[in-house]
Write a protein that binds this ligand. Structure first.
Ligand SMILES: Nc1nc2c(ncn2[C@@H]2O[C@H](COP(=O)(O)OP(=O)(O)OP(=O)(O)O)[C@@H](O)[C@H]2O)c(=O)[nH]1
Ligand SMILES: [Zn+2]
Length: 356
């Protein structure tokens, strides 16, 4: 199988970043899936499977964000015994990063190098606006263009009314209504997946992301819930996160995410809550927390009904969560620094050898 790398997103910037690696035995590839410390990737000769090389492991030990993830462009080395290793991860253009579920206060990259990131939520059961806002903040931070896709439109008599409510929680972000059952709305999503372009999907389990991937790819490449769950109810792992689309482009699914904690201090929160940010500019005090300060334009907007109380509560929750995460991260970085300093001291002042 021959893979057209430019159709998958390979471009001049990546070629420039790859130049130092340009020699025999090495080749570029795009990661389709990561599991148990190995990457499945597409190179021009087809699907390859590579374990992580020493340099990549080293960099990941300093910061897990450096681990390869789906959507990454990597440098793959073929060894004389035909083993393959990942030698480097090329710089990411965009990335969705969440706070890792572990206690280590580190980040985890869910997907990389997307052009657009869709926050996917189903019309039925009722869309969770807080979840949409949280995921939109991450999508804004990723550097890719955010959008919202509402799935299972076939289950509602009046999806437009619900879509309007969602739009209010997603200022300046386009909201699309689709159904993979009827095909409704899919034609408006398709242009986002074209040669060289990658559409990322971000959403809770069961909202219909796999069904959407299959609809966009035009084949059942992705086991949907029914297909992926075996007789004992376990999720089977015949799964690729990055799926190339015939005709060019790719869709990148992020399966089975349970919690998505805020991690980056980027512009995401302010963009996802640009209505609150605009009101805040009119508060009497700079740095107003919109709690009990006099002359607070945000609280005034809530009182007048111009701003949903729920939305202010959601902003507060995410703001506190991010502040907490940043404090945790700072503490972790201090620990790492102290460890490095002590190690350097030990190396430069080795204990004097005991005599006798
Ligand atoms: N009625 C209706 N059901 C849908 C639609 N799309 C998906 N579903 C159903 O919703 C369920 C979940 O779909 P999946 O595509 O597996 O959801 P997912 O988001 O990939 O879930 P995870 O892989 O667990 O993250 C399945 O039972 C689908 O058949 C739709 O457009 N209409
Ligand atoms: Zn205020």
């Amino acid at each position: 199988m021959n893979i057209d790398l430019p159709a998958l997103g390979w471009n001049a910037d990546l070629a420039a970043a790859y130049r130092p690696f340009s020699r025999s035995g090495l080749q570029p590839a795009r990661v389709t899936r990561v599991d148990r410390g190995a990457c499945a990737a597409l190179s021009c000769s087809g699907t390859v499977r590579a374990s992580l090389g020493a340099t990549v492991l080293d960099r990941a030990a300093t910061d897990p964000v450096n681990l390869p993830c789906a959507g990454d462009w990597i440098v793959v080395r073929t060894w004389p015994d035909d083993r393959l290793t990942v030698e480097a991860v090329l710089p990411r253009r965009t990335a969705v990063v969440r706070a890792s579920a572990e206690a280590a206060a580190s980040g985890q990259v869910l997907a990389a190098n997307m052009d657009a990131v869709a926050v996917v939520e189903a019309f039925d059961p009722e869309p969770d606006l807080g979840r949409i806002e949280r995921l939109l903040a991450l999508a804004h931070n990723s550097g890719a263009t955010p959008l919202v896709i509402l799935t299972k439109a076939d289950l509602l008599a009046d999806p437009a009314a619900v879509a309007a409510t969602v739009s209010a929680a997603a200022p300046s972000v386009p909201v699309y209504a689709v159904s993979t059952r009827t095909g409704e709305g899919l034609d408006r999503i398709r242009p986002l997946v074209r040669p060289g372009r990658t559409l990322g999907l971000l959403g809770a389990s069961g909202v219909g992301k796999s069904s959407l991937v299959n609809a966009l790819v035009g084949a059942s490449v992705m086991g949907t819930r029914e297909l992926r769950t075996d007789a004992k109810g376990r999720h089977t792992t015949t799964f690729r996160a990055l799926v190339p689309v015939p005709g060019g482009g790719a869709v990148l699914d992020t399966p089975g995410i349970r919690s998505v904690g805020m991690y980056e201090a980027g512009p995401g929160l302010a963009r996802a809550f640009e209505d609150i940010a605009a009101l805040a500019a009119r508060c009497r005090f700079v740095g107003c927390a919109h709690e009990s300060e006099p002359g607070c334009a945000v609280r005034a907007a809530v009182e007048s009904g111009a701003l949903a109380r729920r939305r202010l509560a959601s902003w507060r929750k995410l703001t506190r969560e991010l502040a907490h995460e940043l404090r945790r991260r700072e503490a972790r970085e201090q620990r790492v620094d102290m460890y490095k300093r002590r190690r350097a001291e030990r190396l430069s002042h080795p204990r004097s050898r005991r005599s006798g």
